[in-house]
Design a protein around this ligand. Structure first.
Ligand code: GTP
Ligand code: MG
Length: 585
């Protein structure tokens, strides 16, 4: 579902179009009446995505509506580890004994997995009742009844003729080589940015898998807190997630209190007996500690559980092996969920926002400005804020300020979290589209120009007001936290990292300006536009002063292009070449 509405296929060259079609996921939407699949089918027929806000006339869904639907869908879904070859038809028939199936897909991640969504939740209990706990020889199995199953073939040796390979959907971003090919053969910089978005954005299946993983973790946490909700937040849901991004989860215990109906008739009021601890933080640490143990000991597929309880925001980090997601589980983190909602709105307001953010994130990763290891680097969250701020500064603005969204808010949008006013208009349909018609080509150039010359030593970035403000402290980079306004979301960034960002932004602006005057023709197979910017050290190799090392970079680019060229000549439709280029994107 994610952003299929850019009309890109019509603009890509034929070879790229063919590739895009090959990559279409293999899942099937059978669409039981009244289910999310039926809604999705209807929306797809309207050729737009309400979830990601392409610029069509389809009403755009609110964040909480998407979350609610996805969660409900995930609760009707199971995960099955499958043998490598088997009959898909028989498999579906076998599962259908427990009730109709709404849709399914397969994917590979150290083995073959099936994600199967039933039309009704009850089908899962029926399946669980007919499922055995394995006997594992000398070892002992912990008899935990989850929604993660193992499919075994009975009589496998005699049925080989019936077995067939199932088609699996990809869960990974494209190789650097493939990306460079696509970018080099795009028709314009706008095309390049949209191509990159389409290649990196979360697929429908990946999104389903993320919600399913949260739902499976919720089942485990529910052993202690039966009414808890595990909600995804961050880039998994804010529409800025790249394939392969981590899965941020929020264990929401607030719903527990809300669900109990207060029977206040008569003179009595009942309260639960509870244990008290000295602070919220200690309560959070204790809860996460227990859930961490639970995941470690009983969570099927949860490995490498680490309890990071002394962090500013305590968390449990683990790998969910079957999905391949690196998960961060927090609790008491409602503001982050609100930030995700705000970014979802900004991402849905104008299709240029996501295209620009994805490219800037990839550019930053390619130049090691961001890292998966915590440190003095700029984070993806900060980069997204910088893009939003830049788009608020255009004339006319492409995005509204947070203060404007607050002014437009209804009574039902009102939201105060821990004393912080987090109110903003949540109905996307009530926000007027911007009259700004600038191209992505221009915006990319201007972004680098703007931040290459930003007075970071004096000014702070503030998306609430959409204008530069005096920095309240001496941190090199100051980006005001939109809801906890006294905090700086980029406090960790060192002066040298900021300097590196500024230099690369200037060089990138310079390259794009040079190309305006002298763009290599597409037949020359030279990297151009975004492709040039994503090559590490290419900025220096193109700049007027060249040294030996820089010449070496050019050599590397030349070799890379040769390899692309020869691969294309040998096999023009093959896009899944095994060789990869050592650029990290
Ligand atoms: P990825 O790099 O793709 O994972 O992007 P992300 O947006 O998911 O970032 P990350 O996993 O680091 O953080 C998850 C979410 O936590 C973000 O989307 C924000 O909502 C929130 N968050 C991250 N860093 C900060 C911060 O410094 N301050 C505040 N207030 N919230 C943060
Ligand atoms: Mg994240």
């Amino acid at each position: 579902m994610a952003a299929r509405g850019f009309g890109l296929l019509t603009r890509l060259p034929m070879c790229a179009q063919r590739r895009s079609r090959v990559q279409r996921p293999s899942f099937r939407l059978l669409g039981c009446p009244g289910t999310v699949a039926e809604d999705l089918q209807r929306e797809e027929r309207l050729s737009g995505s309400a979830e990601t806000g392409s610029e069509d006339k389809t009403p755009k869904k609110r964040f909480f509506e998407v979350q609610k639907e996805r969660r409900e869908q995930a609760q009707r879904t199971i995960l099955i580890h499958c043998p490598n070859k088997f009959s898909e038809k028989k498999f579906l028939k076998y599962l259908s004994q427990h009730g109709p199936i709404n849709n399914h897909f397969f994917y590979e991640s150290f083995g073959l997995y099936a994600v199967v969504e039933f039309c009704q939740k009850e089908s899962i209990s029926s399946l669980q009742n007919g499922t055995r706990t394995p006997s594992v020889g000398m070892e002992a199995a912990i008899p935990f009844r989850s929604r993660f199953f193992n499919l075994k073939l009975k009589n496998s040796p005699t049925q080989t003729s019936e077995k067939s390979c199932v088609q699996s959907s990809h869960q990974l971003s494209p190789s650097s080589k493939k990306l460079f090919e696509l970018l080099c053969y795009a028709e314009s910089v706008d095309d390049q940015l949209n191509t990159l978005l389409k290649e990196f954005e979360l697929t429908e299946e990946n999104t389903r898998l993320r919600y399913l993983t949260c739902s499976l973790i919720e089942d485990i946490a529910a052993a202690y807190f039966p009414d808890c909700i595990v909600r995804p937040f961050g880039s998994s849901v804010n529409t800025f997630g790249k394939l392969g991004c981590d899965l941020d989860m929020f264990l929401d215990l607030d719903e527990i209190g809300k669900r109990s109906t207060h029977k206040s008739a008569g003179n009595f009021l009942m309260e639960f007996q509870v244990k008290n601890v000295p602070s919220e933080r200690i309560a959070t640490q204790k809860i996460l500690s227990v859930i961490g143990e639970c995941l470690d000991h009983f969570g099927p597929g949860c490995v490498g559980v680490q309890k990071i309880l002394n962090a500013r925001c305590p968390l449990v980090r683990f790998s969910h092996q079957p999905s391949g997601f690196q998960c961060d589980l927090t609790t008491n983190n409602r503001i982050a969920l609100k930030s995700s909602e705000l970014l979802y709105i900004y991402g849905a307001l104008d299709s240029r926002v996501r295209a620009l953010v994805f490219s800037i994130r990839c550019w930053a990763r390619a130049h090691s400005l961001t890292s998966s290891i915590p440190g003095a680097w700029i984070t993806n969250f900060s980069l997204t804020m910088m893009v939003i701020f830049f788009l608020q500064r255009r004339s006319p603005p492409i995005l509204p300020t947070l203060d404007l969204l607050k002014t437009l808010a209804d009574a039902e949008d009102k939201c105060i979290i821990e004393g912080n006013n987090c109110t903003f208009l949540r109905d996307l349909n009530r926000i007027k589209p911007s009259g700004n018609t600038e191209t992505l080509d221009l915006l990319l150039k201007e972004f680098f120009e703007y931040f290459g010359n930003f007075t970071f030593n004096k000014n702070s970035i503030n998306i609430r007001q959409g204008r530069e403000q005096n920095k309240p402290d001496s941190s090199p980079l100051h980006i005001q936290n939109p809801f906890e306004t006294s905090l700086n979301i980029s406090k960790n960034v060192s002066q040298s990292q900021l300097q590196k960002f500024v230099e690369l932004a200037r060089e990138s602006a310079w390259i794009l300006q040079q190309e305006d005057q002298d763009r290599p023709s597409s037949s020359s197979n030279q990297p151009w536009g975004l492709a040039t910017l994503l090559l590490p050290s290419v900025a220096k190799s193109k700049s007027p002063t060249k040294n030996k090392k820089e010449k070496f970079s050019s050599e590397r680019i030349k070799n890379l292009l040769e390899s692309i060229k020869s691969n294309r000549t040998e096999n023009p439709t093959d896009t899944n070449g095994k060789r990869t280029i050592s650029t990290q994107i």
